[in-house]
Design a protein. Structure first.
Length: 416
């Protein structure tokens, strides 16, 4: 009989061999990609463990399907079920139009306190606009609960904006030329507690998964007390007892080992921590692609860099994602609902399939996760892909074999 995942003391997951995993089908193309994902995952688990482990899928309602059946876009029963089962996976959800929840994705993150958005970006053989896509193997950690995305803002000319302008000029002495009367106002908070818990989780993950480098991405040269403090807090986390002797900063590496990370590793260090200015980071991904590994960012920067990095390997079609908190995690497709393709068995299910592989890795079922990745890699090596993948290969003068969404999933299974 299948059982639920439980969170033990210290945040460690207790995952039974027969586990219940909730899923949200998603709107639009969710009807196509979710069954494809389940087919691949079930096959990988069966092949990896020979029947010793299995998943029982539990459907939860959210989005348009939930609205039709319950009158709500995000029923409380759905949120509570994710809390009870700890880990879930979902297809893309439509943002309601004309009121209600501002964003279903944001609502889930806030209600479950999923404070880190994690976006792995890796090249598997898909078409790419860069010369050396095989060098791309990033995991981007984006903070979810601070920064301008929290939505504290007022439109120009509103009573609230005027009151705030008056306060800033009168009480804090901000010159009028910096804040003209027709300014809209937004607030950008960066808090120590939220930043540090996010950075701490990213560093722990990097160490547990044998990553080489962690980079704090920020614009602290200009936004000194928000972005600058994010970087500063990152170095403070790295100095905490649990990371001492395991994480070394770029400055320490230069001073103590003349920049030689192999010497540092010989003395027990596992991970190099550095920081880069945000705008330069975009250039660095193109000019020094292989130098980066784990990228830790605030909310807005993380949003930008994760999509930009996905572009290096051909776009969001094979870009997985997750939102993770203290134990709780929701894995998701990173693309939209594409309603015009819904039910046509056409779109690329790779984003959700790789998100499921990431989920298996998170559960500790790493053998099944690797089977999915290798099955995908071998499928692409034979130039079997959905229309978007074949289109990108064609740009490179490569002839591909176009297959439907469901057939692409079956091909991944056949190539495990």
């Amino acid at each position: 009989m299948a059982e639920r995942i439980r969170i033990e003391e210290g945040g460690k997951l207790s995952v039974p061999d027969r586990v219940v995993i909730p899923y949200i089908q998603g709107d639009g193309v969710g009807v196509d990609i979710t069954p494809a994902m389940q087919l691949v995952v079930d096959a990988a688990v069966s092949k990896a463990y020979g029947g010793g482990r299995s998943i029982e899928w539990l459907e939860l309602l959210a989005g348009e399907k939930a609205k039709e059946r319950t009158g709500e876009y995000l029923p409380e029963d759905t949120v509570e079920a994710i809390r009870e089962h700890v880990v879930a996976i979902k297809g893309p959800l439509t943002t309601p139009v004309g009121g209600g929840i501002r964003s279903l994705n944001v609502a889930l993150r806030q209600l479950l306190d999923l404070y880190s958005c994690v976006r792995p970006v890796k090249w598997y053989g898909q078409g790419s606009p860069i010369k050396r896509p095989e060098l791309v193997d990033y995991v981007i950690w984006r903070e979810n609960t601070d920064d301008v995305y929290i939505g504290i803002e007022w439109p120009a000319g509103s009573a609230e904006a005027k009151r705030l302008l008056d306060f800033l000029r009168g009480e804090l002495g901000v010159p009028k030329e910096k804040l003209p009367d027709d300014a809209s106002i937004g607030i950008k908070p960066a808090s120590e507690e939220k930043s540090k818990r996010h950075i701490r989780k990213a560093l722990r993950w990097a160490l547990e998964n044998g990553r080489r480098v962690a980079t704090l991405m920020h614009k602290g040269n200009i936004q000194k007390f928000t972005e600058g403090y994010f970087s500063r807090w990152g170095y403070e986390v790295a100095a905490e007892p649990e990371f001492q002797g395991r994480v070394i900063t770029e400055e320490e590496l230069s001073q103590r080992y003349e920049g030689d990370m192999e010497r540092a590793k010989a003395e027990g260090y596992k991970l190099l921590l550095n920081d880069r200015i945000a705008d330069n980071m975009f250039q660095q991904l193109l000019t020094r692609t292989g130098d980066y590994d784990v990228i830790i960012a605030m909310n807005l920067n993380g949003d930008y860099i994760s999509d930009a990095a996905a572009g290096l390997v051909g776009g969001l079609g094979l870009a997985p994602g997750a939102n993770i908190g203290d134990g709780y995690a929701v894995f998701e497709a990173t693309h939209g609902t594409a309603p015009k393709y819904a039910g046509k068995d056409k779109v690329n299910p790779g984003s959700l399939i790789l998100s499921a592989a990431f989920m298996l890795d998170y559960l500790g079922w790493k053998e099944a996760a690797r089977l999915i990745e290798e099955g995908l890699r071998r499928t692409l090596a034979e130039r079997i892909g959905t229309y978007d993948l074949v289109r990108e290969w064609k740009k490179e003068g490569i002839e591909g074999h176009e297959v439907p969404c469901s057939a692409f999933a079956r091909a991944i299974v056949d190539h495990m």
